[in-house]
Ligand binder design. Structure first.
Ligand code: ATP
Length: 239
């Protein structure tokens, strides 16, 4: 479904990703683990077109999307729920969600039933349902984070990149976010997940990659990474 091969990317003269390769098969949940500054967000930005890779390739459904603009990549079927509160503050929750479906209105994605999907998204995120008419800028940080995630779902994409969906959330909302991720997975949504809670990410994921200083150091089925002594020591709070 999504295949990243030998990807290099950085900012100006600083190279952050030194040739990484990832495979996210259809219907699978893959997690990317790494310390602060390892390059996880940079990976997601280089995949979704927010940052141009300097070399390597990104393929989605056998289409080479390397270096495409972000809007073209969204139209090709890849949604990116970015880190932080990237919502349209002066628009309502509902309008933010409908904007996520914009490529479907203009025929760039299969249209489907947008109204029904809006209701489904609001069922999935009850906090947003209660606040559907509220301006997004007046939501709490955690609610805005959820809105960014729900907006990505509204594209009805082939793949979703989730960058730290639980960042800054109260523990009860972190649980809710993981419940939602599990639900999306059970519906067959293909996802790449970056999470500060590596143990929780490995619990829900099928497969994991460990990113160290811009290179993949270890990868394998999530269940085996959970018991890999090096992964446990470095990322799962083990001794
Ligand atoms: P975190 O968990 O802290 O978010 P991360 O693994 O997502 O970390 P990145 O945000 O991808 O890491 O950052 C990787 C490196 O790239 C860091 O050294 C960071 O300082 C640098 N970097 C990130 N964004 C920029 C930018 N816009 N300009 C220059 N350097 C940047």
């Amino acid at each position: 479904m999504l295949t990243i091969s030998n990807l290099y990317a950085g900012y100006g003269k600083v190279e952050v990703l030194h040739g990484i390769s990832l495979d996210i098969p259809k219907g699978r949940l893959v997690t990317l683990i790494g310390s602060n500054g390892a390059g996880k967000t940079t990976t997601m930005r280089a995949i979704s077109g927010m940052l141009k890779p300097s070399s390597g390739s990104v393929r989605l459904n056998d289409q080479d999307i390397t270096g495409f603009d972000a809007h073209r990549i969204a139209r090709a079927g890849l949604a990116h729920s970015p880190e932080g509160r990237r919502v349209f503050a002066s628009m309502t929750v509902t309008d933010n969600l409908l904007l996520g479906a914009f490529p479907r209105y203009v025929g760039a994605r299969p249209k489907g039933d947008i109204k029904l999907d809006l209701e489904k998204a609001l069922e999935l995120f009850p906090r947003l349902k209660e606040r559907r008419s509220q301006l997004a800028g007046t939501l709490s940080g955690g609610e805005q984070q959820m809105l960014a995630m729900a907006r990505a779902v509204m594209l009805n994409p082939d793949v979703i990149l989730l960058d730290e969906p639980s960042m800054g959330l109260a523990p009860i909302l972190v649980e809710e976010v993981f419940r939602i991720i599990t639900r999306l997975k059970s519906e067959g949504v293909t996802m790449l997940l970056v999470e500060q809670f590596a143990a929780a990410a490995l619990n829900v994921a099928d497969y994991g990659y460990v990113l160290e200083n811009g290179s993949i150091s270890v990868h394998g089925p999530a269940a085996s990474l959970k018991t890999d002594p090096k992964v446990v020591a470095a990322y799962l709070g083990g001794a």
